[in-house]
Design a protein. Structure first.
Length: 322
């Protein structure tokens, strides 16, 4: 089991429960330093699980991640090897992130950062003609990616009077979601008032929202990224915000964490920055420990983990006799 600067308390709790159930738990900041056989590995997305580690441990049955991110392992490679990959994508996890997404959309549309700054600096209240706050009702929401969080956002916004929901995804589902317009990315960026990113970080998504794509967005549109750092070009985003070619941004995750003190995002206007924690609720954390324990125990017993990311690996694992 790995360690993590944010989730160590959670990992400690999981380790204790697994030990109480009779399993041997070895803690290591670098799992690669562990000698001897490893039947299951529990880490977070901040701990790399590279092919070299998998080469050294052909006996490994599966890797469980304590939260939802699995970007530190090559999932297709693990699948080919018959290594199960599971995560903590509990209903409480993606539900909390969906609520956080809507909160950030409201805060940006209502210009909350500027209103707080105005009070702190003693600026007078704006006259009605000077107001620039906008309602979410009647707006067009663009979702990049259509996983569990995006779907929960859509469910929670039912009845809010949002004009349109656009979605760009590799796997559109128009039959199941007829109220959503699935469309190309460039169209989504050009027509949305709020753009929210919900993608994993991989070779195809790294740098996806670059200067060119930011230039497609409306000057009063806002961007939200609560998924993974590295998908949005942070310097390009800060530049767009300063030039006024973008209305605002809420960023919860960065290419390098924690965010550096000299990041240009820190002084960009109408910007909300949080340290990869904006949707982390008590309910979410309470759900992660039993999910991790269940994932690990199912991996060890040869069963199907409840939050399995790569079900295709089950056949490969059976063929390998794991």
């Amino acid at each position: 089991m790995g360690t993590d600067r944010v989730l160590d308390e959670l990992l400690d709790e999981v380790a204790g429960e697994l030990e109480r159930r009779g399993h041997e738990v070895v803690r290591a900041a670098d799992p690669g330093a562990v000698t001897g056989p490893v039947d299951a590995l529990l880490v977070t997305s901040r701990t790399p699980v590279d092919p070299a580690f998998l080469d050294r441990h052909p006996e490994l049955r599966g890797v469980a991640f304590a939260s939802s991110g699995v970007n530190s392992i090559d999932v297709p490679d693990a699948t080919r090897r018959g290594v199960l990959v599971a995560n903590g994508a509990t209903p409480e996890n993606h539900g909390s992130m969906a609520e956080a997404t809507i909160m950030l959309a409201l805060a940006l549309r209502l210009r909350l950062p500027d209103r707080m700054a105005a009070l702190a600096s003693g600026r007078p209240r704006p006259r009605p003609a000077e107001l620039d706050s906008r309602s979410l009702r009647g707006a067009t929401l663009g979702l990049i990616g259509f996983g569990r969080i995006s779907r929960e956002v859509c469910l929670r916004l039912a009845g809010w009077g949002v004009a349109r929901i656009l979605c760009h995804t590799r796997s559109p589902r128009p039959e199941e979601w007829p109220e959503i317009e699935f469309c190309p990315l460039d169209r989504l960026l050009g027509e949305s008032d709020v753009v929210s990113v919900h993608l994993p970080l991989n070779a195809s998504t790294r740098g996806l929202i670059d200067a060119g794509r930011l230039a497609l967005m409306r000057p009063d549109a806002v961007l939200i990224n609560t998924s993974r750092g590295g998908i949005v070009d942070e310097d390009a985003l800060a530049g767009a915000l300063r030039r006024g070619t973008l209305g605002g941004a809420a960023i919860d995750t960065f290419a390098i964490e924690p965010l550096s003190a000299d990041s240009p995002l820190r002084t960009a206007p109408n910007t909300i920055l949080t340290d990869h924690i904006v949707g982390h609720t008590v309910e979410m954390y309470r759900s992660l420990v039993p999910a991790a324990v269940a994932n690990v125990e199912q991996i060890l017993s040869g069963g199907r983990p409840p939050f399995l990311v790569n079900p295709e690996a089950l056949n490969s694992a059976a063929a390998a006799g794991r």
